[in-house]
Design a protein around this ligand. Structure first.
Ligand SMILES: Cc1ncc(C[n+]2csc(CCOP(=O)(O)OP(=O)(O)O)c2C)c(N)n1
Ligand SMILES: [Mg+2]
Length: 302
């Protein structure tokens, strides 16, 4: 699927070098197109794009508070419906803190009401804008400023929240997990979500060189590695049925998850000064069983 050439998120914004979230935003706006209304939750991508009096947005764009982008979007959708306006896409987006945690109640409400909008989480796995605090999306073992690794701590001790299935349980007709490492796959999913009537969701995994402590030039490589090792599976849930995509379909081709973890500063304590075998094998087992479960569900037609 070709990417439209038109840019709606202009260059000159203030994101860090190598910020894959800014790439994610470009794709979201390209998928939404000119007949769309965007609503954004507070987070890095808002802060870098709107330093007064400048703006990077070339589409109608509404600032939400941290927690209420979905409520605003559902209000916009209701207003369009009431006015009989057709053909406009309403797209809300936010970071993982806004989505998995603080805005979750309102996302749940909007999904339960069956509002006609798409919510995209650009998932960089922590509250980056305020200084790399852990979120419900931060994976087990990652060091953040509120789950710091140290002598007695291996970083975050909880697993990443399974938001896809929580939202699937709301009866959403379309949900997808995508990665900035796979542009065509991600763009197709964004378009499909925006073209499907009802509340739809895309979790767009997007690396953050600053928060993950990686070389900015490696942001896309790492987003690919996340998929190649199974840490981030690519899949869709269409009308309640699982479809596993691309490399995630073949468990036998998975690279060891170490390859993904060891290139990131947020996991360096799992390798130095000694290899934390127990935690590394817990992560590896979890990655495999999670992917196996998705493959099983899709093969059984669930
Ligand atoms: C109710 C509320 N709590 C906290 C904040 C402070 N705050 C603003 S942005 C942010 C972090 C955003 O994290 P995330 O949603 O993951 O986006 P990212 O910065 O990682 O892009 C926080 C904690 C706020 N604005 N409102
Ligand atoms: Mg975040």
């Amino acid at each position: 699927m070709g990417f439209p050439e038109e840019e709606y998120f202009s260059c000159g914004h203030r994101a860090c070098a190598g910020c894959a979230c800014a790439t994610a935003i470009r794709w979201i706006t390209k998928a939404a197109g000119k007949d769309s209304i965007l609503v954004e939750a507070t987070g890095c991508m808002e802060v870098v794009s709107t330093p007064y009096p400048e703006t990077a947005w070339k589409l109608p764009w509404i600032h939400g508070a941290f927690e209420n982008a979905s409520a605003i979007a559902s209000g916009v959708a209701a207003a369009l419906r009431t006015q009989g306006v057709e053909g406009k896409k309403v797209v809300a987006f936010g970071g993982d803190g806004a989505t998995y945690d603080i805005g979750f109640g309102l996302i749940s409400g909007a999904f339960e009401r069956g509002e006609n909008f798409t919510y995209v989480c650009y998932d960089n796995e922590a509250y980056m804008n305020t200084g790399i605090q852990r979120s419900g999306s931060t994976p087990f073992g990652a060091s953040t400023t509120t789950s710091p690794a140290g002598k007695e701590s291996i970083g975050k001790v909880e697993w990443k929240k399974d938001l896809m299935h929580i939202l699937a349980a709301h009866g959403s007709p379309y949900l997808a997990s995508a990665s900035v490492g796979y542009p065509q796959d991600a763009f197709r999913k964004l378009k499909k979500a925006m073209e499907t009537p009802g509340p739809t969701f895309v979790n767009l995994f997007a690396s953050c060189p600053t928060g993950w402590r990686v070389d900015p030039s490696k942001a896309i490589e790492i987003a690919k590695l996340a998929v190649e090792t199974g840490a981030v599976p690519l899949y869709e849930i269409i009308e309640g049925k699982h479809v596993v995509n691309g490399q995630s379909k073949d468990l036998s081709k998975l690279k060891p998850v170490d390859e993904y973890l060891k290139v990131q500063g947020r996991y360096s304590h799992l390798f130095k000064p000694v290899r934390r075998e127990k935690e590394l094998s817990m992560i590896q087992d979890r990655v495999r069983s999670n992917l196996q479960r998705l493959i099983d569900l899709s093969e059984k037609g669930f």
